[in-house]
Design a protein around this ligand. Structure first.
Ligand SMILES: [Zn+2]
Length: 256
């Protein structure tokens, strides 16, 4: 169980802006790509936006930040990156984002790969990982190397298996289809794919997922698993377990 409530504010076509709530009317949001749906929710529920957590600089994660700052004056936590305006607390590996009005405290983990300055927030059993780790997938390597992404995913994989993974996009259905091409014989993945299909048909969210489940089904967290390495070697002969395999699978997915 989480020690706090997390709700989804859907944005654009497949983004989730996560709304973190504790008792009372204090709250925080993660990666507000769009201010409008956030303001609507705050107004509808009489919430005070005290904090914003930013994972990386992409517009669909920060596009609403300045409008929210102007209207609500939250304290803003984010990575060291000149491409993001409005950060009050520049966060680095091992730093802590203290959301004192919510009684919450998140550990900061640097996870370069999708972008060079991407960070994740972990605390209270929840991981807010932006576009680094998705359910049954991972982010594209826009600014990082496969080695960096491997090392970032390795850090996340070491968190408790009970961790709830709050990624920023609803990509799980397509990710399952791809993962089944990589590991068609993975029974846990087959079960997850069926459950995700049913959930999406009902219009339900598929995130957060459990880290322990991701370790069994997510090919990018399984770059040392025999089946994933074998699939990678069909694309890049001799690919080694780890970042080589991750690179091969990621390139395959990019072209898929
Ligand atoms: Zn991104």
């Amino acid at each position: 169980m989480l020690g706090f409530k997390v709700e989804a504010i859907p944005a654009f076509t497949d983004n989730y802006i996560w709304l973190i709530r504790a008792d009372g009317n204090h709250c925080a949001v993660v990666d507000p790509g769009d201010a409008e749906p956030v303001i609507e929710r705050l107004d509808a529920e009489g919430l005070s936006l005290d904090y914003v957590l930013i994972t990386h600089h992409h517009p669909d994660h920060i596009g609403g930040l300045l409008a929210l700052v102007e209207r609500h004056q939250p304290e803003v936590f984010g990575p060291a990156d000149p491409r993001i305006s409005g950060i009050d607390h520049v966060m680095r590996e091992g730093g802590r984002a203290r959301l004192t009005k919510l009684g919450l405290d998140f550990q900061v983990i640097e996870v370069p790969g999708h972008t060079s300055s991407h960070i994740a927030y972990f605390g209270g059993g929840a991981l807010f990982c932006g576009d680094t780790l998705f359910s049954v997938g991972c982010g594209r390597l826009f600014e990082g190397t496969p080695e960096q992404m491997q090392s970032s995913l390795d850090k996340l994989a070491q968190l408790p298996t009970s961790t709830r993974v709050f990624c920023a996009h609803e990509y799980t259905l397509g990710n399952c289809r791809f993962a089944l091409e990589v590991e068609p014989g993975n029974e846990a993945l087959q079960r997850r794919a069926r459950a995700v299909k049913t959930a999406r048909e009902r219009g339900e969210r598929t995130v957060p997922s459990l880290l322990g489940d991701e370790l069994e089904v997510n090919p990018f967290l399984r770059s040392r698993a025999a089946g994933v390495v074998a699939a990678a070697r069909k694309r890049i002969p001799g690919a080694e377990p780890g970042s080589d395999t991750l690179a091969a699978i990621r390139a395959w997915k990019d072209a898929w």
